[in-house]
Design a protein around this ligand. Structure first.
Ligand SMILES: Nc1ncnc2c1ncn2[C@@H]1O[C@H](COP(=O)(O)OP(=O)(O)OP(=O)(O)O)[C@@H](O)[C@H]1O
Length: 348
């Protein structure tokens, strides 16, 4: 199964990628990444979600050549990484930026020193270093922090420095490994906005590893869900959020989008609402709320929204609405049938 991004030539192309760690004493070998196929188009933001141990970080280390794959093909910008020696990987890594959950800044260097480091390694002339660092500090909104040490910065400011440092060498690919997981929601939002600007203004392709669906919703174009080393589901964020297929995907999506009330929630709702409960699904381009309400109105059925609502993702809307319907039994029966002919609908 190939997980296709948008656009013709993918910047990242993974085929049958497998990483197996050899057995430690008294233990089995670990299948950290298993048969992964994934295409990521240039300019795309690809999220990779999964619970702890799913293989996300291993996949990132394979992508920047920090670890060799056991089998398969990993192409970045048309270059095959599998089989390359360390010396051959080095110039490729210059085109790949990386940001981390714990920021990984040099504590003994100022902000300026942190940004200068990759430029020094790359042998960039002093004047060009200064121009680039100043430009990036302005871009991330920290021009006045050049001479500050990391210990005197907030978490959000540290990650801004991390992002600026990752951008110094103009990477075409930015890998973000749980980049906002150590931040509070407000700061997370600011850092995600900054990453979105990086993507939009520089055209940088971003691969964001996360276990937070809020990050996927705010930042990503495409999402791949990993479980036990495999990609079990992937696609455009709207498609995956509006119609999750796998149980693990439904659990992740359920953390940010209401689908239908749980058994307990349903019991509580029934104790407060005497009507019959119907769940209807609305999708972009399909019948709208007004069409649903018109059916109920025509049959003289009183209704109330008791669970769920309308979501907007990537500029498109969808909704999972649970309605309580009050009216004569035959009218409600007919209305439910008519609704089910219009949209996915079921009585709960
Ligand atoms: N260097 C290693 N040696 C042996 N096993 C490893 C190594 N690195 C990772 N693993 C194992 O590979 C599997 C995948 O780990 P990985 O860190 O990629 O998952 P993850 O989805 O990133 O989870 P987390 O968010 O907790 O880091 C786990 O079972 C882990 O214990």
């Amino acid at each position: 199964m190939t997980h296709q991004g948008t656009g013709a030539v993918p910047l990242v192309r993974l085929r049958d990628v497998t990483k197996t760690y050899p057995a430690a004493k008294g233990r089995n070998e670990v299948h950290a990444v298993v048969d992964v196929d994934l295409d990521i188009a240039a300019g795309d933001v690809q999220a990779i979600v999964g619970y702890s141990g799913a293989g996300k970080s291993t996949l990132v280390r394979l992508l920047n050549g920090l670890e060799p794959a056991t089998a398969g093909s990993i192409q970045v910008g048309g270059t095959e990484l599998v089989g390359l020696r360390e010396r051959q990987l080095r110039p490729i890594r210059l085109g790949i930026g990386m940001i981390f959950q714990q920021f990984n800044l040099f504590e003994s260097r100022t902000v300026w020193g942190n940004l200068a480091y990759p430029l020094q390694i790359a042998g960039v002339a002093k004047a060009e270093q200064q121009r680039r660092i100043s430009e990036l500090l302005h871009f991330v909104g920290l021009p006045d922090k050049a001479h500050t040490y990391p210990r005197n910065l907030s978490g959000g400011q540290k990650q801004r420095v991390g992002i600026a440092r990752a951008l110094t060498t103009n990477p075409s690919l930015l890998l973000a490994d749980e980049a906002t997981s150590a931040l509070d929601p407000e700061t997370t939002h600011e850092v995600l906005r900054l990453l979105k600007r990086v993507n939009e203004e520089f055209g940088t392709t971003i691969v964001a590893i996360t276990h937070e669906m809020e990050v996927v919703r705010e930042l990503a174009d495409h999402v791949a869900v990993m479980e036990s080393g495999r990609i079990v589901e992937s696609g455009p964020v709207y498609d995956v959020f509006s119609a999750p297929q796998q149980p693990v995907t439904r659990r992740f999506v359920g953390t940010v989008v209401d689908d239908e009330p749980s058994t307990d929630a349903l019991a509580a709702l029934r104790s407060r609402h005497p009507g019959r409960f119907v769940k209807v699904e609305l999708r972009e381009g399909g019948p709208r709320q007004t069409d649903i309400f018109a059916v109920l109105h025509e049959r003289g059925i009183a209704f109330e929204l008791v669970f769920g609502g309308i979501e907007e993702i990537q500029g498109a809307t969808f909704g999972n609405l649970t309605l309580s319907l009050d009216g004569p039994a035959t009218s409600v029966d007919e209305a439910v049938r008519e609704l089910a002919a219009l949209v996915p609908a079921k009585e709960l």
